[in-house]
Design a protein around this ligand. Structure first.
Ligand SMILES: C[C@@](CO)(OP(=O)(O)O)[C@H](O)COP(=O)(O)OP(=O)(O)OC[C@H]1O[C@@H](n2ccc(N)nc2=O)[C@H](O)[C@@H]1O
Ligand SMILES: Nc1ncnc2c1ncn2[C@@H]1O[C@H](COP(=O)(O)OP(=O)(O)O)[C@@H](O)[C@H]1O
Length: 317
């Protein structure tokens, strides 16, 4: 009997705190980061198919690779290898429905890789535990293990070593997507270049963890920090205007998400977020504005109760 197709929903991530250390000998930077999973999601369906392949629709589909470079496909071949199947002929078709902006600093490709691992674990009845999945995930990219785990977490190493963080509150975010993405390695490279002349760095992570435990968004707003922000703004100067416009519209604070160029604005509550989103969408400083909440769970099979959440409202700029 042909197995039933498996659908997985997987969240975007935001770095509430991103402290970048020096460049390592393997080309990666040592990080201390606080990830939060947001209610902006991709959906992936994987089915058994004689003709393998991958198709993409949704947000940024036209600029998403559909061949072996797609991170979801890399996850298929990596997992096939891991469990002794033929990576050249895995016998599956992957359909991606993207809601996470491509190359936006929100970990969309990593999310798709994580979702693929979870879907194949079920489709191929591998019965791998979360730990084994996380180990394969780490080989696919620094952000992939977090997309499996979700919630709020402290990431160290190159971002793949995770410890869950207590977050007492649902935070309300406005997400401003840019016209065109930024390449993560370019942004790290720009940071290295800027650091030859400037030594600005975000503070310690402990106050951020304390603010999360307190649950007060005003406290957290004062502590949001991202070492890659200056580099992203240097490569995409319009982001300075975007960040200012969100705060002018009433957000508590704004931050570039990871390597950018997406900006995220923390608001006091859901109502405030909808107001900020409406005003920002008229300001002409970004392509699309969305409202999102965090933390949400990591990759989940659709059909599991908690995965069936409503799609967040969307405002077009
Ligand atoms: C910046 C962050 C923040 O969470 O995410 P994005 O904003 O891109 O989504 C991550 O560090 C990105 O993680 P991810 O996108 O998984 O990166 P990887 O595929 O592992 O690495 C891509 C490239 O980014 C650089 N890189 C990545 C992670 C790290 N700790 N140091 C680095 O210097 C390296 O140049 C590497 O070759
Ligand atoms: N499934 C995927 N979704 C999005 N981008 C992908 C995917 N697979 C490969 N990519 C490539 O990865 C790059 C980074 O995309 P993404 O993960 O969305 O951004 P970021 O690393 O900024 O969070 C893109 O430029 C794209 O070419």
């Amino acid at each position: 009997m042909v197995p039933t197709p498996i659908t997985v929903r997987v969240p975007a991530k935001l770095n509430l705190h991103l402290s970048v250390g020096d460049s390592r000998s393997d080309g990666y930077h040592e990080l201390v980061t606080v990830f939060q999973a947001l209610s902006l999601v991709d959906e992936i369906t994987i089915r058994t198919a004689e003709e393998p392949g991958l198709d993409v629709r949704g947000e940024g589909a036209e600029v998403t690779p559909t061949g072996v470079d797609n991170l979801a496909w890399r996850a298929v071949t990596e997992l096939a290898r891991h469990c002794g199947r033929d990576p050249e002929n895995p016998g599956v078709r992957v359909s991606l429905n993207k809601g996470i902006p491509v190359a936006g600093g929100m970990g969309g490709g990593s999310a798709d890789a994580a979702a693929t691992l979870l879907a194949l674990n079920s489709l191929w009845r591998l019965e791998m535990g979360r730990e084994e999945l996380a180990e394969v995930a780490g080989r696919l990219g620094s952000d992939v293990p977090f997309a499996l785990q979700g919630g709020t977490a402290l990431g160290t190493g190159r971002g793949e070593r995770l410890v869950p963080v207590l977050a007492r509150h649902t935070y309300h975010w406005v997400i401003a997507m840019n016209e065109e993405g930024l390449r993560t390695p370019d942004v790290y490279g720009e940071l290295d270049r800027l650091r030859q002349t400037s030594s600005n760095r975000v503070g310690d992570v402990e106050p951020v963890l304390e603010a999360l435990a307190s649950g007060d968004p005003r406290e957290l707003a004062l502590l949001l920090g991202n070492d890659l922000q200056a580099a992203a703004v240097s490569l995409r100067p319009v982001l300075r205007r975007t960040l200012r416009a969100g705060v002018d519209a009433g957000a508590l604070a704004g931050i570039v998400s990871g390597s950018g160029p997406t900006c995220a604005f923390l608001c006091t509550d859901e109502e405030a977020a909808v107001r900020v989103a409406a005003e920002l969408s008229g300001a002409g400083v970004c392509r699309t504005v969305r409202v999102a909440q965090g933390p949400v769970p990591g990759a989940r099979l659709v059909g599991d109760d908690k995965a069936d959440r409503p799609t967040p409202p969307q405002v077009h700029a």
